[in-house]
Write a protein of this length. Structure first.
Lengths: 297, 331
């Protein structure tokens, strides 16, 4: 399968601080990718590099086989909904559709109009007077009617109430289903937002990619095991420990298995996506803390 | 892109068009008045020589209103730079809408080209129309007054105002791109444009072509047109020396026929405080002269061309900066 986004040693530095470092990844086509990580982890930086808004400090990134933002053809194939979904406050909803129609050769006017109608947006309303949810929907309608092969969305639901969030994500899955092979990458710092729609997970924390893969594979590779108290080193070498928890008599681990789970005197269960993400984030924080302690010494 | 640029520029364009219409009516009325007056009084006699009072009466009547109008016309390019140029890009950067605009199927370069061309041409056209009306209305006054090189008149006639408008607009756009905030960009545009408009006429314009040198005899006519006569012990300075059909760039102090400064006694004997005519008559009899550098009036159009080229070059440099910056640095 061809990669939609291919990054190699990608890094971006702002004023001495690395917002994204040593990022190497390959995202296949036709996926809905959830880009997850805490605030300030580098999600926006990655998306902005992928759409060409930013240029990398180190490494390379290729999107649909080309350099991001390189020429009108490439711009036409990648849709981008920026953080806070900017729209022209002084222009009406209808003006925005006219704007999209004149700026994009592949513009699907009927689809855009249908979307606006279904949302109940008044075409004459100034975009500056729309609610956050309506504004996000307008931005999505613009990006979708452009008919891109890849749609990037930066924290699109962060400012929306639960109802607007659901309706927005529904609109997104509709767009993905309209045509085969479309790829969507949307970021959020809350995994629960994405769990319902995404089938591919990209976890970024501390400017680095921590976990990447199809959701079902990731879930299949991980186990939560609970058994009598033991050290992590006492587990099978085929298991790498992501997270451990000990009480006086019991030990609980979240492990990644390279093959089938070996037999043992424990109970095993599948974690869900949220468990996984939280376990990786917690591990990350521990590593940071121990590094901090070493720095202090 | 053209549609979008026009849609965003509509309000400013309407305000500009209304202001243009009002100014055009004013200039038209002023021009018709001047031309009517000229035809009634001076047209018949100007070739053979009019009575002195007639000419000065005509120029005195309009000198103030024309000076004020020229001053107002000189500010128009600056205003366009501040209100059309500075918000052009900074408005988008401040509102974040560039993150929407730059992800349509139009490159940043094209986006910028269309914006700069449409709004910039609007600014140049508006300035040009007003300039044309003023040049038409004041043409006879300018001929009689023969002071086309004076700082105000030079900058409000001919082709230079067009280049001022282009420069001010490009300056505004570049400032907006650099500072990303409309108000700051407007301030910077105003400050830089005002500085350039002072530095160019005072420091650069006199030297576009090597000035010529001439000895000007201080006869009664020259002295009576002087702004002031001052004597500080060693040198006699005559202010506001003028040459017919020329722009006097600088003038030295008075010298006698032997090329020496006149002696203090000789000068003092002539200075009669409060009696300017007496002073003039006495000094005129002493056979004094000053050495002045000047630019002949035949250089008026070459100077207009040189200055237009200078501003056009600055406009090109600023636009080039915008294209480089928007592609490399702006996020």
């Amino acid at each position: 399968m061809t990669a939609v986004i291919e990054a190699n040693g990608l890094g971006k530095r702002y004023k001495g601080r690395w917002a994204l470092a040593e990022c190497t990844l390959s995202i296949p086509a036709g996926r809905v990718v959830g880009l997850v990580g805490p605030n300030g982890a580098g999600k926006s930086t990655l998306l902005n590099l992928a759409c060409g808004q930013l240029k990398p400090t180190t490494g390379t990134i290729r999107v649909l086989g080309h350099e991001p933002g390189d020429g009108p053809g490439q711009l036409a194939r990648v849709g981008f909904v920026a953080q806070d979904t900017p729209v022209y406050a002084g222009l009406s909803v209808a003006d925005h559709l006219r704007f999209g129609a004149r700026m994009n050769p592949a513009w699907d006017h009927e689809a855009a109009q249908r979307r606006i109608e279904r949302l109940g947006l008044d075409p004459q309303q100034k975009a500056g007077r729309l609610s956050g949810g309506q504004r996000a929907q307008l931005a999505l309608a613009l990006a979708a009617a452009k008919q891109p092969d890849l749609l990037l969305l930066d924290e699109p639901v962060a400012a929306l109430d639960p109802l607007a969030r659901r309706s927005f994500l529904h609109g997104l899955t509709e767009f993905a289903a309209e045509r085969e092979g479309r790829t969507i990458v949307l970021s959020s710092h809350v995994i629960a937002d994405l769990e319902r729609v995404c089938d591919y997970l990209l976890l970024i924390s501390g400017a680095r990619v921590r976990l990447a893969g199809p959701c079902e594979d990731l879930i299949a590779e991980h186990y939560r095991i609970v058994g009598p108290r033991r050290a992590a080193s006492a587990l099978s070498p085929h298991l790498s420990v992501v997270q451990e928890d000990h009480t006086d008599h019991q030990s609980a681990f979240l492990v990644r298995a390279t093959g089938p789970l070996p037999e043992g005197n424990w109970q095993a269960e599948r974690p869900d996506l949220e468990d996984l993400v939280l376990a990786y984030l917690a591990r990350d924080r521990q590593t940071h803390n121990s590094q901090d302690r070493e720095d202090l010494r | 892109m053209t549609w979008m640029t026009w849609r965003q520029f509509r309000t400013q364009a309407t305000v500009g068009a209304l202001a243009l219409a009002a100014a055009a009516i004013y200039l038209l009325v002023l021009g018709l008045n001047i031309r009517g007056d000229y035809d009634r009084s001076l047209a018949k006699c100007i070739a053979t020589g009019c009575a002195p009072g007639l000419v000065s009466g005509f120029t005195d009547k309009y000198s103030t209103v024309i000076m004020l109008t020229d001053l107002a016309l000189m500010t128009i390019p600056g205003l366009l730079g501040v209100f059309w140029g500075a918000p052009l890009i900074s408005g988008e950067l401040a509102a974040g809408t560039h993150r929407l605009a730059w992800h349509q199927s139009v490159t940043r370069t094209r986006w910028l080209t269309v914006k700069l061309l449409i709004v910039g041409l609007g600014a140049v056209t508006l300035t040009g129309l007003l300039d044309l009306l003023m040049t038409w209305g004041a043409s006879q006054y300018d001929t009689v007054k023969a002071a086309r090189f004076s700082a105000l008149v030079f900058g409000a006639r001919g082709i230079v105002p067009l280049s001022y408008a282009a420069f001010a607009f490009a300056l505004g756009a570049a400032a907006g791109l650099l500072l990303r905030r409309p108000i700051a960009a407007m301030g910077l545009t105003l400050a830089v444009f005002a500085t350039v408009q002072v530095v160019v006429p005072t420091s650069l314009r006199p030297h576009y072509l090597p000035a010529r040198t001439a000895d000007i005899r201080l006869d009664a006519t020259t002295l009576s047109h002087a702004d002031g006569i001052t004597h500080n012990g060693s040198s006699l300075v005559i202010g506001g020396i003028s040459l017919p059909d020329a722009w006097v760039v600088s003038a030295g102090h008075a010298l006698d026929s032997a090329g020496q400064p006149p002696s203090a006694e000789k000068v003092n004997s002539c200075l009669m405080p409060g009696r300017f005519d007496g002073t003039v008559a006495c000094l005129a009899g002493q056979d004094l002269h000053v050495t002045a550098t000047y630019q002949p009036n035949t250089r008026y159009w070459p100077f207009q061309l040189i200055e237009t080229t200078l501003y056009a070059a600055m406009t090109t440099a600023l636009s080039g900066f915008c294209f480089l910056w928007i592609r490399r640095r702006t996020t």
